[in-house]
Design a protein around this ligand. Structure first.
Ligand code: ZN
Length: 460
């Protein structure tokens, strides 16, 4: 890992690249900002100028450290010993702070690291949005969890692996995931890897005793390759060939996972098909009961198992702790205790088991601290902003879901988001599509409407 990352970095920072970038400048100035040519030079220059600020030796030492930390983390999780990983995590924090210091002039020490995943966003602005969201979300979670918890036992029968895989493959094919330009395999943690615009691969994980796990991790993951497959072909082999940021990428996976495949119109079409696939398990279960089950809200300690409503509370905890670590307000050795206190305060529950606590996510144990988590919550917020616009332009979208059709939504996403690759930043895309900045309004409206309607269903 260290060798490969050093070689890549040396190539990225080759002075010849800098010279090439200098040459087209007068010509590029004649193109408008949103022209492919000016975007190509703008993004290539941004990547180059960022890369040359960091020495290749630092990149290779950091990669080597992350690779061994990942290994030590898997052992520490098995033995549930945070102490086993503590010295390595302390070094990770030092590396993360050093990385930030290669970019002097920041407002917040996490800003340079946030830039790597969400270019242009600032810790203080994200913090403000997250606090705003928390203020709206906590009372909503309290109202919903005060109701009777939905019965989801129908999802915990035995669902054979092969049938689950086939069904979810049919589903994402209907969404528009192109199997001739990508594939799906299985792995313990679902992920996406893009090798080219014509070869984007995803993995999923099937649990035979839990229908929702494999189902929603597949529909989530499918949003990532559909974005990558939708990028303009002429961007192949250029710096524009990728999704633009972690938050926009996550907005796309959340669109297909939550706004589409946890919606009622979607299940009005697919539930009878699912019943045909699993008649013994599901024929006795009504559509209403099934819809409630897949939207069950219950506080938990594990982020990846959290429901749509409480999920962001998990992310907020991580984002805040990450900033405190970077600011030097929190020592790494105190992380487990700070984690427990935050869970108790925000979600009202905690665990003594650090494997299910501060060691549950791979992020801090395989890369930098800072900038690792904000994309998840911003993705949820942005998905609702975009979806609201798509519905305004095409009110027939939910009606199409009822027929198992998704092309109007997919075409809208391709036109406004997918095709552009890295051409526009997170904030530029939001501005272009909504005419406004990042805003929690549409997301809160969506959650309130959905969960109050769910509650009405439960009353019948
Ligand atoms: Zn994702």
């Amino acid at each position: 890992m260290a060798t490969i990352s050093r070689i890549i970095h040396e190539k990225q920072t080759d002075p010849a690249v800098g010279k090439l970038l200098d040459n087209p400048e007068p010509m590029v100035e004649s193109f408008p900002y949103d022209h492919d040519n000016s975007a190509f030079v703008r993004i290539a220059r941004r990547d180059f100028e960022r890369a040359i600020k960091v020495p290749s030796s630092f990149i290779s030492d950091a990669s080597s450290h992350f690779a061994s930390t990942y290994q030590a983390w898997t052992d520490a999780c098995l033995s549930n010993k945070f102490k086993g990983i503590l010295p390595m995590l302390e070094k990770t924090l030092v590396i993360s702070r050093q990385m930030a210091d290669f970019f002097p002039g920041y407002d917040h020490i996490a800003d340079p690291l946030i830039d790597f995943s969400d270019y242009g966003l600032k810790a203080n602005n994200v913090r403000k949005i997250i606090i705003e969201l928390r203020q709206q979300l906590i009372p909503l979670v309290q109202t919903v969890t005060a109701q009777e918890i939905a019965d989801d036992s129908c999802l915990h029968k035995h669902f054979p692996e092969k049938k689950q895989l086939d069904f979810s493959a049919q589903m994402i094919k209907a969404f528009g995931f192109n199997f001739s330009r990508g594939r799906q395999d299985q792995s313990p943690h679902p992920f996406t890897i893009s090798l080219s615009i014509d070869d984007v691969r995803i993995t999923t994980r099937i649990i035979e005793g839990d229908l929702s796990w494999g189902f929603f991790s597949t529909t989530h993951e499918a949003g990532h390759p559909m974005y990558e497959q939708g990028i303009k072909r002429s961007f192949e082999d250029t710096p524009l060939k990728r999704g633009t940021s972690s938050s926009i990428h996550e907005s796309q996976s959340r669109t297909w996972e939550n706004l589409v495949s946890r919606s009622r119109p979607f299940w009005e079409y697919f539930y009878p098909h699912l019943q045909k696939t699993f008649p013994e398990q599901l024929n006795p279960v009504s559509l209403d009961s099934f819809y409630r089950a897949v939207n069950k809200v219950q506080r938990s300690v594990i982020r990846t198992e959290a429901d749509e409503l409480t999920y962001n509370l998990h992310v907020m905890i991580r984002f805040e702790l990450e900033l405190q670590l970077m600011e030097g307000e929190l020592a790494v050795k105190d992380l487990p205790e700070a984690w427990r206190a935050a869970y108790q305060r925000v979600l009202g529950l905690s665990t003594d088991n650090d494997s299910d606590g501060c060691m549950q996510d791979i992020h801090w144990f395989s890369k930098m601290i800072g900038g690792a988590f904000q994309g998840y919550t911003l993705g949820n917020i942005i998905s609702a902003q975009f979806f609201e616009r798509a519905l305004q332009a095409h009110p027939e979208i939910p009606q199409e879901f009822r027929k198992g059709e998704f092309h109007t939504l997919r075409n809208w996403l391709t036109e406004h988001i997918y095709q552009h690759g890295r051409k526009f930043t997170t904030t530029e895309l939001i501005q272009r599509i909504t005419g406004e900045g990042l805003s929690i309004g549409p997301y809160i409206r969506y959650l309130k409407k959905k969960f109050s309607e769910l509650h009405k269903i439960e009353k019948h």
